[in-house]
Each structure stands twice: as C-alpha cells, then as structure tokens.
Design a binder for this molecule. Structure first.
Ligand code: SF4
Length: 185
C-alpha cells in the first residue's frame, strides 16, 4: 500500500511562507562551534539518548557553507571572536544563532578582558539559553522554540532583523556621544 492511498483525497492548502517555513525548520544543519564545557552537552543531543535527528538535525556540518544554525556553546575569547564572525559570514542565508549557556549569552562568571561579554557583540543572536551548563533537554527546547520562530518568520524578514541587529551592535561600539547622535538621527 502506497502513501498516497493513506492521504485524504482533495486539497491541502497553505501559503508559500508556511511551506518554506516548514521546509527550513525541518532541515536545519548546525555548524560545529563548541568552545568550552557547554559543547559536551551540545554533543550529547546528537547521540541516541536525545536523538536530535528526530528534528532533521542529525548532521552537524563541518563546513559553515552547508550550515544554517550556529550553536555557540561556551565562552568566546577575544581572539576567537573574529574567527566566529568569519564562520558566521560564511554560512548561507537565512541563518540563525543560539547562544548556549551564560558564558556565550553574557560572558557569565568570566567578567574579564579576555572574554567577549556576550556573543551578541559579534553576531546577531536569535535565542539565548541560560544555565551553566544548560542540560541537553534545554538545548532541545531552545531548538524547538527556534523552529516555531522560523516557521512563523515572513520571507525576507529574518534579514531585516539582522540588519537592525547589526546597526544596534555598531551603535554599542561607538563612543557615547556618537551613540546619542546616531540614535537621534
Ligand atoms: S556556561 Fe558553564 S558550562 Fe558553559 S562554557 Fe560557561 S562555564 Fe562552561
């Protein structure tokens, strides 16, 4: 018995945006970007116990050109920041970023000159994940919430959001006087 015999007869109606959203969220390929202890928890979601393959994500991509999700798992050192940005730039559009754990989200307990105080200083972040380290279940919960976001994103809107993020980041790095002028204009 073929699949077509089990489908209801008639029409299935949807919008192009909904169909594209379904395709995008069902075939996300994460880039490997494990930086510290959080990466161990990230790796475990690929194993049989948590089995992230259920969501079409079993393939962690070694090349950023075939990845559309960056999971930043661990603290980002100042020296690593340009590398992270380069990998992000090499990923194909549209792309998303999860900051996994307090270190990636805000620097965490590493409030010092060597660590970037939140990866959103370097790339736009779509989802922040608390915890030190977050459990694999938390990462999977963040992934599913991101799937909902992807499903409901209008075509082209993700890029607009990214441009806004870029502008906010640029303003953050300017001296205070210039920031005030930039925000006023
Ligand atoms: S949040 Fe905790 S577990 Fe994750 S990288 Fe930082 S110190 Fe390690």
């Amino acid at each position: 018995m073929g699949l077509e015999e089990k489908l209801p007869s008639g029409f299935l109606l949807t919008t192009v945006e909904q169909a594209v959203g379904l395709i995008r969220k069902s075939s996300m390929w994460p880039a490997t970007f494990g930086l510290a202890c959080c990466a161990i928890e990230m790796m475990s979601v690929g194993g049989p116990r948590y089995d992230i393959a259920r969501f079409g994500m079993e393939r962690f991509s070694a090349t950023p050109r075939q990845a559309d999700l960056m999971i930043v798992a661990g603290r980002v050192s100042q020296k690593m920041a340009p590398v992270l940005r380069q990998i992000y730039d090499q990923m194909s559009e549209p792309k998303w970023v999860i900051a996994m754990g307090v270190c990636a989200s805000s620097g965490g307990m590493f409030n010092n000159y060597a660590i970037v105080q939140g990866v959103d200083h370097v790339v736009p972040v779509d989802m922040y994940l608390p915890g030190c380290p977050p459990r694999p279940e938390m990462l999977m919960d963040a992934v599913l919430k991101l799937h909902d976001k992807v499903q409901n994103t209008k075509l082209g809107a993700h890029r607009e959001h990214e441009i806004e993020e870029e502008e906010r980041r640029r303003l953050r790095t300017l001296p205070l006087v210039e920031q005030t002028e930039g925000a006023a204009s």
